[in-house]
Design a protein around this ligand. Structure first.
Ligand SMILES: *[C@@H]1O[C@H](CO)[C@@H](O)[C@H](O)[C@H]1NC(C)=O
Length: 324
């Protein structure tokens, strides 16, 4: 009996020591791991982990960033594709249709008929329309790589970003021409931007480099704290920028991603994709969208915590029609 108690005690003592040591080892490992991760994030975003940047020292004043003048003007716009309504070509306008469709994979002839500064419907969650964001937000450089993008869809990307961004937050738009062969992509584009859209400029890559290297080429020339990567046939919606920038202002290591709406390739109709989803990959690395978790559904105007995005439109430090 006595011996049994003794060995039982010994057993418990041994177990306790084992648990303690395991916890200790785990703690040490975890903190080492954490430091490594923090460094990695710092390197990706070109920031020293210890560096204190102005975006770290924010005051918490929030303001309404909506540009109500522009919203009012946009609401009055009429014409093909305005308000994101499906548009169509007339019989006599269809002569380029097939040729342009083949080259671009969408109805580029119709794009030429739609205004570069068309109005798109504000399809955000109604709670976003009254939401305020930090008054002090970092500046952004928008980087748009392209290869043989059709000229009006490319220019519409630039125009919509300029028109729907607060002027002082948008420092520059850098188009990266990944060795396009369309004549418009060279001097005519340079001249058009220099004459009409002076915030934008083009880097012409001498040889085909692919999406990622084109993005990096743009990033190297960017001069803002925050880089936003966009596709070359996108349109920014109302108040798209502040919701993307606020999480970065609060923690510069944040990588954000927008809601991606849909521009229909045949009619240029503008509509939502869904009410948001979690990005994920399946076992074959195909991108999947999973339903949101109950906690996210309770806060539809707050950022969701998933940053996995489909490759072509992903981003470091960015967001789009914004959550909010
Ligand atoms: C500037 O924009 C106007 C109107 O779209 C266009 O007619 C003109 O050719 C542009 N300027 C240049 C240099 O491309």
């Amino acid at each position: 009996m006595k011996r049994n108690t003794k060995s039982l005690l010994k057993f418990f003592l041994l177990s306790a020591v084992t648990v303690l040591i395991t916890v200790l080892i785990f703690r040490i490992f975890k903190s080492a791991n954490y430091i490594e991760q923090a460094h990695l994030v710092g390197i990706i975003h070109g920031a020293e982990p210890e560096e204190s940047r102005h975006v770290d020292h924010i005051d918490n004043e929030k303001i309404d960033w909506h540009d109500y003048e522009r919203i009012k003007r946009d609401a009055l716009r009429k014409g093909p594709g305005e308000q994101g309504v499906p548009a169509y070509l007339d019989q006599k306008e269809t002569k380029n249709y097939d040729e342009l469709y083949k080259v671009n994979g969408f109805n580029a002839a119709l794009s030429d008929k739609i205004a570069l500064d068309r109005a798109v419907p504000d399809i955000r969650h109604s709670g976003c329309k009254t939401k305020k964001y930090l008054k002090r937000l970092p500046y952004v450089s928008v980087i748009v790589p392209f290869h043989n993008e059709h000229w009006t869809t490319l220019l519409r990307t630039v125009v919509s970003v300029i028109n729907r961004s607060p002027d002082h937050l948008l420092k520059e738009i850098i188009l990266v021409d990944d060795a396009s062969t369309k004549p418009f992509s060279k001097a005519p584009l340079d001249n058009y931007l220099a004459a009409n859209l002076t915030k934008a400029r083009v880097i012409h890559l001498p040889e085909r480099s692919g999406l990622i290297r084109a993005r990096l080429a743009g990033a190297r020339q960017a001069t803002s704290d925050v880089l936003i990567f966009l596709d070359s046939h996108t349109e920014a919606n109302v108040n798209w920028l502040p919701p993307l920038l606020e999480p970065i202002a609060q923690d510069y290591k944040t990588c954000v991603c927008p809601f991606i709406d849909v521009i229909q390739y045949e009619t240029f109709q503008y509509r939502s994709q869904d009410e948001g989803a979690r990005g994920a990959f399946d076992w074959e690395f195909f991108y999947k969208r999973l339903p949101l978790l109950p906690d996210d559904l309770k806060h539809p105007t707050e950022p969701f915590r998933y940053i996995i995005k489909i490759g072509s439109r992903n981003t470091f430090l960015y967001h789009f029609h914004g959550k909010g």
